[in-house]
Ligand binder design. Sequence first.
Ligand code: COA
Length: 156
Amino acid sequence: MSSTAVYPGTFDPITHGHTDVIARASRLFDRLVVAVVMRPNKSTQLDADQRLDLAQQICKPYSTVTVQAFDGLLVEFAQSMCAKAIVRGVRTAADFDYEAQMALINRGLASQLETVILPAAPETAQISSSLVREVARLGGDISAWVDSRVEAALMV
Ligand code: COA
């Protein structure tokens, strides 16, 4: 039976850190669904369509990866995709604490769904979407952390 995982996030914007997780998770599962939350519980710089469109462009080279919009409970979306796992990336101990808490909540909601936590690669562990946004806003060079299409979207 083929295995599916869901990799959810706000992706405001998608960074090389996210792409690293996508590439690695796509080797672990037969199918990976990158799930872009449309109405996150935080304000975003890029609107929902931009976040979705950039994620779609960047995931195009990965034949087993699809990108979908979602809203509502993550576990319900994952179940609707017949996923057996939720994938999340972590950079620091603080990330891990947050992810462990989310994993417990999601487990309480859907006990069959595992959370798979991938540690960030050393080359991407310093990247954060919020810092990328801030550097871009102040006119700094973000080309080491994001794809050129993301850079163009943030520079508008
Ligand atoms: N490398 C680099 N950066 C990474 C990374 C990695 N490997 N892994 C995570 N990040 C960073 C991102 O850059 C981003 O940085 P920022 O905090 O500075 O902005 C941060 O981690 C998190 O962003 P993102 O990966 O887009 O995810 P998120 O935390 O915004 O996503 C949801 C949260 C969408 C998964 C969560 O809110 C959710 O499930 N919502 C649906 C509603 C629901 O079911 N709620 C109950 C769940 S408990």
